[in-house]
Design a protein. Structure first.
Length: 438
């Protein structure tokens, strides 16, 4: 039986293969510059676990020379999506969009044969598209922490009934804000001095539950920098988790809700404090490239979108009133550094704090292994990457490790616990660090 016939029997719909961008696939010159930049290739040495190897597999599938089988799926989902290969690539291959397309093809093909599993449906159809349910989940987590269930489970060993990856991760979760505290948030915060710009604050989904106080601090810093801050009503999850998991229809629905919400808000700029969310928000125009009705609106949205580090670096410097005599190192968020090209601004802001001793970490822009839910779905690989990262962190002898993405922050907190360094080091979001010096 020919490879083409095998391919047709397995795919059942050749139109699905047309989703692959053949021009972008052909841009890869197979030079290998991406190999040392790729975390999974560094861990395994396997060509199929490198960007170059994955692109070769995509070409094979797109051209009906390879089957769309579980082996292809395994190789595509072993990727963290950190996009360090994009920074390394001399040809400018847009690997991030290629890996998202590959996963979209995988998931659409699977849906033709069977319904998605209960957990997948719950996450992508019932939870993340519904901000009310995410808030309820946050309330449940707060209640469990408030009555001491988390501590009791740790002490008694009941925590071991959870999968290993969840049991370890819960140790890194800080106290979440109470429902009362979250209800007190004002829908608009005025600039403390003369208003220079009105910004819509993208609060995120998990970010606004797990790190509500960091969102509040970010808004306060923006008001001190001369911004009126608007918390746009009816905003939704950014869609990044959907896009990275092959659920592009769901990602596009969420993008439409956000575009409409911030259009109604009538703001000058749209600001976020999560590197992963920001990268997705800035790619809305790409998501709608084949939809003339929405493409122009998406382009206007992305043109207004800024990471908070990016915006604060453009505005007059914050007036810090406290000296922080601590040693600090910075862990780049992959989607902030590689996805958005924002590297100098966070370091610039840290350098403005009086008393700080800044130590640049070796491989600061190498992935920490978080990658959305990768530390749950690919736990062992994620922890191997994290443990390697912590070896570099330890060399800095820093008191604080600073990052600019919620997933990275949780991962670094977990890394500190795994390395037994909780008495020597703390992981903080950069906005919380800036706030400590005000």
């Amino acid at each position: 039986m020919s490879g083409t016939r095998v391919r047709k029997e397995q795919i059942h719909d050749e139109d699905l293969l047309k989703k692959f961008d053949q021009d972008e696939l052909l841009n890869c010159m197979h030079c290998g510059f991406c190999l040392p930049a790729c975390p999974t290739f560094r861990q395994t040495g396997l060509e199929s676990y490198s960007p170059r190897g994955r692109i070769a597999l995509m070409k094979g599938v797109a051209n009906e020379q390879l089957p769309l089988d579980p082996e292809f799926e395994k190789n595509m989902y072993a990727c963290l999506g950190c996009r360090a290969c994009e920074t390394a690539c001399p040809a400018g291959v847009q690997y991030g969009s290629l890996i998202e397309t590959a996963r979209e093809v995988i998931e659409e093909d699977k849906k033709r044969h069977k319904k998605p599993g209960i957990i997948r449906r719950a996450v992508f159809k019932e939870l993340f598209p519904n901000t009310g349910r995410i808030k309820v989940l946050g309330n449940v987590l707060w209640a469990a922490q408030a009555v001491g269930l988390q501590r009791i489970a740790d002490i008694t060993g009941l925590i071991r009934i959870l999968p290993r990856e969840m049991a370890e991760m819960q140790q890194a979760v800080d106290q979440v804000a109470s429902p009362i505290a979250r209800k007190k948030r004002l829908p608009r915060m005025k600039a403390e001095q003369e208003t220079k710009v009105t910004v819509g604050f993208f609060s995120g989904c998990i970010m606004d539950v797990m790190f509500f106080e960091t969102n509040q601090v970010t808004a306060k810093l923006l008001t001190k920098a001369g911004c009126d801050v608007v918390f746009a009503e009816n905003q939704a999850c950014c869609g990044a988790l959907h896009a990275h998991s092959g659920e592009m229809d769901g990602a596009i629905d969420l993008a439409k809700r956000n575009i409409e919400a911030f259009e109604r808000a009538g703001v000058d700029l749209i600001v976020n404090n999560a590197g992963g969310c920001g990268a997705a928000l800035k790619e809305y125009d790409h998501w709608f490239k084949n939809d003339p009705e929405w493409h122009e609106r998406a382009m206007e949205f992305t043109a207004k979108t800024r990471d908070v580090n990016e915006l604060l670096a453009e505005l007059p410097p914050l007036e810090f009133t406290k000296s922080l005599p601590v040693r600090v190192t910075y862990q780049d968020s992959c989607h902030l550094a590689h996805g958005q090209g924002i590297r100098t601004q966070p370091r610039q802001l840290i350098g403005q704090i009086p008393g700080i001793e800044y130590i640049e970490m070796n491989g600061a822009d190498q992935c920490c292994g978080s990658a959305g839910i990768y530390n749950i779905t690919n736990y062992d690989m994620s922890m191997d990457i994290l443990d390697d990262k912590m070896k570099e962190v330890e060399k800095t002898k820093a008191h604080l490790i600073v990052t600019a993405n919620p997933g990275c922050l949780l991962q670094m907190k977990q890394g500190i616990l795994r390395a037994g360094m909780e008495d020597q080091m703390e992981a903080v979001h950069i906005m919380d660090l800036l706030n400590r010096a005000l």
